[in-house]
Design a protein around this ligand. Structure first.
Ligand SMILES: Nc1ncnc2c1ncn2[C@@H]1O[C@H](COP(=O)(O)OP(=O)(O)OP(=O)(O)O)[C@@H](O)[C@H]1O
Length: 232
C-alpha cells in the first residue's frame, strides 16, 4: 500500500521585494498509514508553510508531493480540491465552526460539500461521529453554545467525516487549558488507534510532542531531525 504522504525535494519560495525568499529548502518526508507524528520547530521555521503544502492549500515551488499514492504537482485545480476534500482532514487551533449551525450540521458540512444535498445516511454518519467524540447528547446544540473543548471535539468529528487517510492538525490544543488539551490529545490518539488514520500534528508543546510516535523537527526550512519516540 502507498505511503499516505511522500514528499521529495519540496521547496517553497515567496516573492519578496525584487527577489524571492526561500522558506523550505528541499524537504524529503514520508508518512506511513497509521503514523501519529509531531512536527515541531521554532517560530518561523516553516511548519505552517509545510502543512499548507501537504494540505494542498498551496503549491510547492519545486518537488514531488504524493498524497495517498497520487502525485499532485501535475493535477488541475479541480482534482486538487477533490483530493483535499476526500483524503485530508484539518483540525486548527481555532475550530472554525459555523456558530449558528448545530454540532450535527457542522459535522455534516464536508459531506454536504462532497455530495450536494443532505440525506439520512449523512445524518447517521454525523451522529456516529459525534458519539465517537463523546458528544452524542450535544448534536442539536448550536456550536456557539458549546465549551471550547466541546467545539474542538466537533471540529475533530468534522475532520473525520470523509474518512480521510491523513489528518493535519495545526496547534489543535493551543487554545485550550491544560486539562482540556490533554483530553483532546487523547481523543486524537484514540481516533488514530481505532480508525488507523494518520496524523501530522504541529505543536509548540513539548509535552504533547513527547506523546507522539515520531517527532519531526524543522529549523530554517530544513528537517534537522526525524526520530521515533520510544517513550510513547
Ligand atoms: N505568504 C507569505 N509570504 C511571504 N513570506 C511568508 C509567507 N508565509 C510565510 N512566510 C515566511 O515563511 C517563514 C516561515 O513561516 P511559517 O508560518 O511557515 O513558520 P512556522 O514555523 O509555522 O511559524 P509559527 O510557529 O510562528 O507559526 C517565515 O519567515 C514567514 O515570514
Amino acid at each position: 500500500m502507498a505511503d499516505v504522504l511522500d514528499l521529495q525535494g519540496i521547496r517553497k519560495s515567496y516573492p519578496s521585494g525584487a527577489g524571492e525568499i526561500d522558506v523550505l529548502h528541499g524537504i524529503d518526508l514520508r508518512l506511513q498509514r497509521g503514523e501519529f507524528a509531531a512536527l515541531i520547530g521554532p517560530s518561523g521555521s516553516g511548519k505552517s508553510t509545510l502543512l499548507n503544502l501537504i494540505g494542498l492549500l498551496d503549491r510547492p515551488s519545486a518537488g514531488r508531493l504524493c498524497i495517498d499514492g497520487d502525485e499532485t504537482s501535475t493535477l488541475p485545480e479541480a482534482a486538487i480540491t477533490r483530493l483535499r476534500g476526500q483524503r485530508i482532514g484539518f483540525v486548527f487551533q481555532h475550530h472554525l465552526l459555523i456558530s449558528a449551525f448545530t454540532a450535527l450540521e457542522n459535522v455534516m458540512m464536508p459531506l454536504l460539500v462532497d455530495r450536494g444535498r443532505p440525506d439520512a445516511a449523512m445524518r447517521a454518519r454525523a451522529t456516529e461521529l459525534l458519539a465517537g467524540v463523546g458528544l452524542a447528547d450535544r448534536a442539536e446544540h448550536p456550536a456557539s453554545k458549546l465549551s471550547g473543548g466541546q467545539q474542538q471535539r466537533v471540529a475533530i468529528a468534522r475532520a473525520l467525516a470523509m474518512r480521510p487517510a491523513l489528518v493535519l492538525a495545526d496547534e489543535p490544543t493551543g487554545n485550550l487549558d491544560t486539562h482540556t488539551a490533554d483530553d483532546i490529545f487523547a481523543l486524537l490518539r484514540e481516533v488514530n488507534r481505532r480508525e488507523g488514520t494518520s496524523f501530522l500534528i504541529v505543536t509548540h508543546d513539548p509535552r504533547l510532542a513527547a506523546r507522539c510516535d515520531r517527532i519531526i523537527e524543522l529549523v530554517d526550512g530544513r528537517i534537522v531531525s526525524d526520530r521515533p519516540n520510544p517513550a510513547d
